[in-house]
Design a protein around this ligand. Structure first.
Ligand SMILES: Nc1ncnc2c1ncn2[C@@H]1O[C@H](COP(=O)(O)OP(=O)(O)OP(=O)(O)O)[C@@H](O)[C@H]1O
Length: 242
């Protein structure tokens, strides 16, 4: 295993003549929570789309674990390789139970998926992690917005991903739910996993991030601890001070 989970190298994404990502290079290590922040349109979601294989760049590459170029890999193969994403838009299946959701997520990479007791153990473990144990038999449609977010996080961690991408995980959550989500994200940190979080809630980012990358117009404007990000005049000018 390489120390660097993801190496983004000279990445450019164009939509027509517009550069959503503009010659971007950055590295995200195993063991860290990396927040990617920046104003609307900075390219944050587009970066996650390239890592997920949904959007193809004009130039550059994204190496996973020092070897696999994700820009040349299908979306399904990327997921199978252990890169999983919770999308910004809530997307639970209202008519399926909480248990069924986790089983679907686990099926993606869990080696003993045909072994029912092992799957049951995995589901219990995941539900405990995301705090939904008592809701195991409920339909997802009956859950609160916060519980749906945790269920989706449960689905993506069920397969034990090496790279976990969370796109705006606390949008629309109460302060208490946000606090609980921060604790959950920190509980998911492992030496062999990288966690990437796109978020606009700066207090949340401060709670979870080891390092922060500030994107602006498809480029890195600043990278460092949240303290240093908050103190940077350029970041305050284009984002935090607005
Ligand atoms: N499929 C597309 N076609 C054309 N333009 C697009 C497409 N997807 C994204 N863009 C543009 O690329 C830019 C970057 O978008 P992106 O969604 O990555 O920004 P973001 O940093 O995630 O913003 P937000 O904080 O609002 O989610 C925006 O100007 C957006 O309008």
């Amino acid at each position: 295993m390489s120390l660097t989970a993801l190496l983004v190298d000279g990445l450019t994404v164009r939509f027509g003549s517009f550069r959503a990502i503009d010659d971007l290079s950055l590295a995200i290590d195993y063991g860290e929570v990396r927040a990617v922040i920046g104003p609307n349109g900075a390219g944050k979601t587009t970066l996650l789309d390239v890592i997920s294989g949904i959007t193809r760049p004009k130039q550059g590459r994204v190496l996973f674990d020092g070897a696999l170029d994700l820009t040349q890999t299908s979306e399904a193969a990327i997921a199978r390789a252990g890169l999983r994403r919770k999308f910004q838009k809530p997307s639970v299946f209202e008519g399926l139970t909480v248990r069924q959701h986790i089983a679907i997520g686990a099926d993606f990479g869990f080696r003993s998926r045909l072994d029912t007791p092992a799957l049951d153990d995995r589901i219990c473990e995941v539900l405990e992690t995301v705090g939904l144990t008592e809701h195991v038999t409920r339909l997802a449609g009956e859950l609160s917005h916060g519980q749906k977010q945790w269920l989706e996080i449960g689905m993506v961690i069920a397969s034990d991903p090496s790279v976990l991408m969370l796109d705006e995980p606390v949008a629309g959550l109460t302060d208490e739910e946000t606090e609980r989500t921060a604790k959950l994200v920190r509980a998911l940190v492992r030496h062999d996993r990288a966690i990437i979080v796109v978020e606009h809630d700066m207090d949340f980012v401060e709670r979870i991030a080891d390092r922060v990358t500030v994107l602006h117009e498809g480029r890195t404007l600043f990278e460092g601890s949240m303290d240093k990000v908050r103190a940077d005049a350029a970041v305050v000018d284009v984002y935090l001070g607005r």
